[in-house]
Design a protein around this ligand. Structure first.
Ligand SMILES: N[C@@H](CCC(=O)N[C@@H](CS)C(=O)NCC(=O)O)C(=O)O
Length: 218
């Protein structure tokens, strides 16, 4: 399999975590988001949406990180990253979608680029925008983790003793928030899940600064 991705991309990071947890090797094909390689004609021919990750498995090509997670789940079921029980599975998806559908899209690079280059917001206003949506989004995620704890959830992952899609989505989002210097002290459960996960080998393998296109760690 080939994974078109970028070290700092949180959606790529989701796919890398799932691949690592399932013990799957892949060819790392870097798409440089800093130089807007995702907008190049060559890449747009692969993915008209102009985003990473993009998974290519033989002649099968797939964008959308959650569709990639689902494809991996179906094609390589072990270890399972979604619970069997319908309610438990729905809880995992609820948190995953809270990150993937509510937090990430409004702070995606193309949105920030539009704010700056078309709407001419200042750097400070851009940071306000980013921080605002992180705060709104992580507060909702934290409540989901509180609810899970109230139901008897024990961690150390978001939903129990095994990693799930929720961790694949949450860890990159918290990493982005920290990189953008957002205060995440109001989300202790999310922070605890993040801290646990990044110490695990599969998550470490998938981390931004473990990737071949990453510069030396700042
Ligand atoms: N919903 C898509 C989003 C893909 C996406 O837009 N990824 C970001 C990187 S995290 C990207 O490539 N952004 C480039 C841009 O916005 O121009 C997914 O989950 O895969």
């Amino acid at each position: 399999m080939d994974l078109y991705n970028y070290f700092y991309s949180s959606t790529s990071y989701r796919a890398r975590i799932a691949l690592a947890l399932k013990g799957l090797d892949f060819n790392y094909i870097a798409v440089n988001l800093r130089t807007l390689e995702q907008r190049s004609e060559a890449f747009l021919q692969r993915n008209r949406a102009g985003g990473v990750p993009l998974l290519v498995d033989g002649d099968f090509s797939l964008s959308q990180s959650l569709a990639i997670l689902d494809y991996l789940e179906q094609t390589h079921p072990a270890p399972a990253l979604l619970p069997q029980d319908p309610a438990a599975r729905a809880r995992v998806l609820e948190l995953s979608y809270a990150v993937a559908c509510d937090i990430h899209p409004v702070n995606n690079q193309r949105v920030l680029r539009y704010l700056q280059t078309v709407l001419n917001v200042t750097e400070e206003q851009k940071q306000d925008w980013y921080t605002h949506w992180i705060a709104e989004g992580l507060a909702a995620v934290e409540q989901l983790l509180v609810n899970e704890k109230d139901r008897g959830g024990t961690g150390p992952y978001a939903f129990g003793a095994q990693p799930t899609w929720a961790d694949c989505c949450l860890v990159p989002q918290v990493a982005n928030a920290l990189r953008m210097k957002c205060d995440i002290s109001a989300y202790p459960l999310a922070h605890a899940v993040y801290t646990h996960c990044i110490a695990q080998p599969a998550f470490a393998k998938a981390a931004p600064f473990a990737q071949p296109d990453a510069p030396a760690k700042p």
